[in-house]
Design a protein around this ligand. Structure first.
Ligand SMILES: [Zn+2]
Length: 411
């Protein structure tokens, strides 16, 4: 929790400083810049900043309030104070602080935008979605390229599943950004396209859904959910060969997430008279990546359904050595052991393999906020970031529990 507070406080400070910069520019024209220098020269201001860095928000508020008093209540310090109340969870107090700034006479355009931005963040923190939307939209009217307002607006639209609005907002952010940021924007636009496609699918509008899923893949060739869904639409339309080709493209572009298409492929191949294609695919994936335990699990299940239990069990034991905490492996092993009437030598082998293992149920973890999940998620329910989940693995050989994070895709 502590690092999160530090970060939030610094962000609050930076938003305040960015506002202060604009403020300084205008106040200089006004010839009233002395106030700000007086604030900076006040020991209370420096003390306040020090407390902020040390995460002592209450002390920071005390000192900054004194600094504001000494300097004739400058806007900049009150912006920070309001943000600090919000960080403390005193949303009402934050709103009050920021709203009173809006009442000031002769506010410049950028000052007004800064205050409204902070107010929007207050409303958002308090759960007043409509008022937050209004405040951020107003900021953009005053300052059209404001990235804080754009990204907050996008998140609000996403939370309300207003995907078209979220898409348009992300496009504005992308247009204003540098080339290095481009892939990230493309990735997020692809996820939003995917959501639009799902909405179309709920309306049974296959043509519209296909357009969105294809657009998602066009934007980001690694857009896993779009491949899955596009294949689903093709499959529903009876275009089995196209569906298989789409899912195979997923496996080819993102092998570490290809397993998400396994069950689809396994049931679709026989419809094309290609019953061997699924085991062949698994064997190829295992050959290409010897650590691939999911392909082993899928192949083992496939073989056991065709009565090749011993071969399947050998694959599962290999997979278990790679990833001993995968619950699905243990379940599959027990199913097969019991189908074989629990032969003692195989049970002993299982016990030996699991002796030093550690188990947990939620191996997927958000790299941004450390939220844990049993399933792989595309958007984090806690921090709302896209594509931040990796699978955490505990190496069976390490006694002191080293974490192996297998990144889902190199971006
Ligand atoms: Zn998260």
């Amino acid at each position: 929790m502590a690092p999160y507070i530090t970060l939030a406080a610094l962000v609050a400070l930076l938003v305040g400083l960015a506002a202060g910069k604009a403020w300084e520019r205008y106040k200089l024209q006004d010839g009233r810049w002395i106030d700000r220098r007086r604030a900076r020269e006040s020991p209370h201001f420096m003390l306040g900043l020090n407390y902020l860095v040390a995460d002592q928000i209450d002390h920071a508020i005390e000192e900054l309030t004194l600094a504001a008093d000494v300097a004739g209540e400058p806007l900049e310090i009150h912006l920070i104070l309001g943000n600090l109340y919000r960080e403390k969870g005193q949303v009402g107090r934050a709103i009050q602080e920021h709203q009173s700034l809006l009442q000031r006479a002769n506010l410049r355009k950028l000052e007004q935008a800064s205050v409204l931005l902070c107010l929007g963040l207050d409303y958002k923190a308090g759960g007043f979605v409509d008022r937050a939307l209004e405040a951020f939209s107003e900021v953009l009217r005053l300052d059209p390229g404001n990235e804080y307002a754009l990204s907050n607006l996008e998140k609000l639209y996403e939370e309300q599943h207003l995907w078209n609005e979220a898409y348009a907002t992300r496009q504005k952010l992308a247009a204003a950004s540098s080339d290095t940021q481009r892939p990230k924007h493309q990735m997020i636009l692809a996820f939003i396209e995917d959501e639009l496609g799902r909405d179309a699918l709920k309306r049974m509008d296959y043509a519209e859904a296909t357009r969105h899923f294809s657009a998602a893949i066009e934007l980001d060739a690694k857009s896993t959910p779009a491949y899955l869904s596009l294949g689903d639409v093709q499959f529903y339309q009876g275009r089995t060969a196209d569906a298989v080709a789409t899912w195979e493209r997923l496996v080819a572009t993102t092998p570490d997430r290809g397993y998400l298409a396994f069950s689809r492929l396994e049931s679709a191949y026989p419809k094309l008279g290609r019953a061997d294609s699924f085991p062949d695919l698994c064997r190829r994936l295992i050959a290409e990546n010897p650590q691939d335990w999911r392909a082993r699990l899928a192949l083992a299940r496939h073989l056991s359904s065709r009565h090749a239990l011993r071969e399947g069990l050998d694959l599962l034991f290999e997979a278990l050595a790679i990833n001993p905490h995968a619950l699905a492996l243990h379940q599959a092993i027990w199913e097969m052991l019991s189908a074989l009437n629990l032969p003692q030598t195989l049970v002993d082998r299982y016990v030996e393999l699991t002796r030093s293992s550690i188990f947990y149920l939620d191996p997927h973890i958000c790299v941004r906020c450390r939220y844990r999940s049993t399933e792989l998620l595309w958007q984090c329910p806690h921090c709302h970031e896209w594509n931040t989940f990796v699978e955490e693995r505990i190496s069976p050989k390490d006694q002191d529990v080293a974490l192996i994070e297998t990144t889902n895709s190199e971006r």
